[in-house]
Write a protein that binds this ligand. Structure first.
Ligand code: 5AD
Ligand code: SF4
Length: 448
């Protein structure tokens, strides 16, 4: 029996797919990358923008043929769009056998058992810990899993950004016990996953629900404590976290990153807009100046910190003035890169109750201007690295010509191809001299 996974959306979804994949593995399924060989297909969907949801649904639509091509095939629709649409799927997608919305990922195994009582199970219930999680499901090597371990530390979101559908599909914040996080990190490190990516919708709002002892009984009171705890795990080479919310960025976090040996000097800190009026209507809970001050605090404590962000253009009521304030923010905060999105009204959100009044042509034009600005800044930053030495974590290897070419990431999470006369292993940390920057990619050679 084989399963095929298709994941749309963010890294939380990648982590959820891995988790669901482990549950399927525990039931004796093997993974396949070939759809036509699969007995089970798991589609993990996103709904953050209309376009994302559309992609997942059209993939689901195309699976009608797969489903009817052989008897007994099972189609599972999971994730955020599944959560949003769960009661309305039936008529349009009769091929779906099980809906596992984003709120019920922790219950995935029970849902499987209820819906398919005949599925095999090898009885290792003790794998499931207090968080309803299966950190001990051992083996790595699921599709999407490499040198980086995706470790979910919290679920849900207590914010209420007016454009955002996530709180309604993922629910209120739920914090994973530190002991459970710690045991997964230790296990992943022991399996050779050298990079730990701590995940949560607002990952730095992490706090205990009740007593929360970490290793050696030390009480973990917030995200800064947690980072330092993970930093002490032997075998971990690099630690990242996604995505922090600016509101919870403070001196304590900056110092924790500074003190840690392995937390990468890179933060992806979504700002969304550079206009105070828009930020207020988005209910982001900070002003432009406060955001810039937080970035300054981080940079003050963390030498060489790279800061990337997310921007939304065309939020209702966004004027040219508002947009120009966003455009200027990149330079003012010296941002290293950005993901840029066109506002997409999501059903059920506060902002979708009003008019989507920035015409699409204006959104497109602002998106293009903002992308050009952020890309040119990012290219300049990359060009400045030429001739410098970077620490590179090897993600993949391939031989080519006389030498070897390895693919990895710098501490700033930049992709780099590395030529080396020696062979290396996935997970090695190399000292690499950057020789060339091309678009968003770097090329370098291992320092002799
Ligand atoms: N429209 C456009 N972009 C959105 N994002 C979240 N909701 C919307 C929306 N309704 C963007 C934000 C967030 C990223 C994951 O997606 O920039 O940080
Ligand atoms: Fe998409 Fe948000 Fe769900 Fe991630 S949490 S998959 S971005 S809707």
């Amino acid at each position: 029996m084989r399963f095929f996974v298709e994941t749309f959306g963010c890294q939380m979804n990648v982590a959820d797919s891995l988790e669901m994949g482990r549950r399927l593995r525990a039931r004796g399924f093997r993974t396949t990358k070939q759809l036509d060989r699969a007995d089970v297909v798991l589609v993990n969907s996103c709904t953050v923008r209309d376009h994302a949801e559309h992609k997942a649904l059209s993939f689901l639509g195309r699976l009608a043929d797969w489903k009817s091509a052989a008897p007994g095939r099972l189609l599972i629709f999971a994730g955020c769009a599944a959560e949003r649409l769960k009661d309305r799927l039936g008529r349009r997608f009769p091929q779906v056998d099980l809906v596992a919305g984003a709120k019920s990922i922790g219950d995935f195994d029970r849902l499987l058992a209820e819906r398919f009582p005949a599925l095999p199970f090898d009885g290792q219930q003790e794998w499931v810990d207090a968080w309803g999680w299966a950190p001990g499901l051992g083996e790595t090597g699921l599709p999407g899993e490499g040198v980086t371990a995706f470790v979910t530390i919290m679920r849900g979101c207590n914010y209420a950004c007016t454009y955002c559908v996530v709180p309604s599909v993922r629910g209120r914040e739920l914090y994973r016990p530190a002991a459970s996080i710690f045991s997964e990190v230790k296990e992943r490190a022991a399996q050779g996953q050298r990079e730990i990516l701590l995940l949560g919708q607002t990952v730095n709002s992490y706090r205990p629900q009740g007593p929360n002892p970490g290793p050696e009984g030390r009480e973990i009171s917030d995200f800064s404590d947690l980072l330092q705890m993970v930093d002490a795990v032997p075998g971990v080479a690099r630690i990242r976290f996604m995505s922090p919310h600016p509101h919870y960025v403070d001196e304590r976090l900056a110092q924790a990153i500074h003190r840690s040996a392995r937390v990468a000097p890179h933060i992806h800190l979504p700002v969304q807009s550079g206009s105070d009026a828009v930020l207020a209507r988005m209910r982001r809970n900070y002003t432009r100046e406060e955001f810039c001050r937080k970035v300054d605090v981080l940079r003050h404590h963390i030498p060489g910190l790279a800061v990337t962000t997310d921007f939304i253009v065309g939020f209702p009521g966004e004027t040219e003035e508002d947009f120009l304030a966003t455009l200027r923010l990149g330079r003012e905060a010296d941002l290293d890169g950005a993901y840029t999105f066109k506002y997409s009204p999501r059903p059920g959100t506060v902002s979708a109750q009003g008019a989507d009044d920035v015409p699409d042509s204006v959104k497109e034009e602002r998106l293009a201007r903002l992308m050009e600005e952020t890309d040119s800044r990012s290219r300049t930053k990359l060009a400045q690295l030429v001739g410098k030495t970077q620490e590179v974590l090897v993600e993949k290897g391939a031989s080519e010509g006389s030498g070897f070419v390895w693919e990895g990431r710098t501490a700033h999470c930049r992709k780099i191809y590395v030529t080396s006369a020696k062979t290396h292993t996935t997970g090695d940390l190399l000292s690499v001299r950057v020789e060339r920057a091309d678009g968003k990619t770097l090329y370098g050679r291992v320092d002799a």
